[in-house]
Design a binder for this molecule. Structure first.
Ligand SMILES: Nc1ncnc2c1ncn2[C@@H]1O[C@H](COP(=O)(O)OP(=O)(O)OP(=O)(O)O)[C@@H](O)[C@H]1O
Ligand SMILES: [Mg+2]
Length: 248
């Protein structure tokens, strides 16, 4: 299996006591599959993603990428967060070429490659701009281009559009579908937005409340680009919403 999440448990321990967050989380992801993790707030979605990224240590269980145990962060896994941290002293080009540059790839080669990703995310003409000049949506685009340009085997995306206004969010969802069709990659995408989940996913994994485990999986085989208003979309939306344990 390409990416294997093998029976992960996670308990945070503090002076206040134990907080059991993940319980027997177990699933596989195929190469080039687009999997969305969907669940209530604070159910441990980010914790799970951070464990796969190697940024957080599981209490028990294992993560395997191509049969190799994940023990620390590595260039084979890129993470895209809600508030992407761009390097403010670098231009768009400087940010996107950062990974290949730090691996010592020759300037002419890495900049040609970076340019392709800048074009792909629709930022042609902004190569020399500094992040401070960019809108929220544009910054997320730079972060996505930078992540793809570092050529990871897996893209880990943690509510990457959570801080954007609704209109920009829809636009970015369309962009992700377009980019994924062009640039096949294994993606694990976290959201608490049901429409976003159905719009993007090959498969949705629904998590329960804390201690969180997998509640149900849905294979979404609607053709892309998907229509938010189609009967099947609305039916899935209704069905998945009805099983999620949102807390008030
Ligand atoms: N480093 C940490 N130390 C202690 N507790 C933590 C730590 N990180 C997360 N938690 C706890 O783990 C639980 C799950 O948090 P997590 O951020 O993974 O959830 P989430 O599903 O991503 O939430 P959200 O929907 O708000 O993004 C929360 O109760 C949180 O307080
Ligand atoms: Mg989170």
């Amino acid at each position: 299996m390409f990416l294997k999440i093998d029976n992960i448990n996670k308990t945070f321990t503090s002076e206040a006591g134990n907080n059991e967050v993940l319980k027997n989380v177990h699933f596989d992801i195929k190469e080039n599959e687009f999997v969305v993790i969907f669940g209530p707030g604070q159910c441990g979605k980010s914790t799970l993603l951070n464990i796969i990224a190697g940024l957080e240590k599981e209490s028990s269980g294992n993560v395997y990428l191509e049969d190799k145990k994940v023990t620390k962060p590595g260039p084979d896994r890129a993470v895209v967060y809600q508030n992407i941290l761009l390097f403010p002293w670098l231009t768009v080009m400087g940010n996107v070429e950062f990974g290949p540059k730090s691996r010592g790839i020759k300037k002419s080669i890495r900049q040609k490659d970076a340019q392709e990703y800048i074009d792909l995310v629709g930022l042609n003409g902004f190569e020399k701009s500094f992040p401070v000049k960019l809108s929220g949506g544009m910054k997320q685009r730079v972060g996505i281009a930078r992540a793809y340009c570092s050529k990871p085997k897996v893209m880990l995306m943690d509510e990457p559009f959570g801080a954007l206004d609704a209109q920009t969010r829809y636009l970015m969802q369309e962009e992700v579908v377009r980019i994924s069709a062009h640039e096949k990659r294994t993606v694990l995408f976290v959201t608490n937005n049901i429409e976003e989940a159905i719009y993007l996913a090959d498969r949705i994994i629904v998590m329960t409340n804390c201690p969180s485990t997998i509640q149900k999986e849905y294979v979404i085989d609607l053709p892309r680009p998907r229509d938010y208003t189609s009967e099947e979309f609305l039916r899935l939306r209704q069905e998945i919403s009805s099983i999620v344990e949102f807390t008030r």
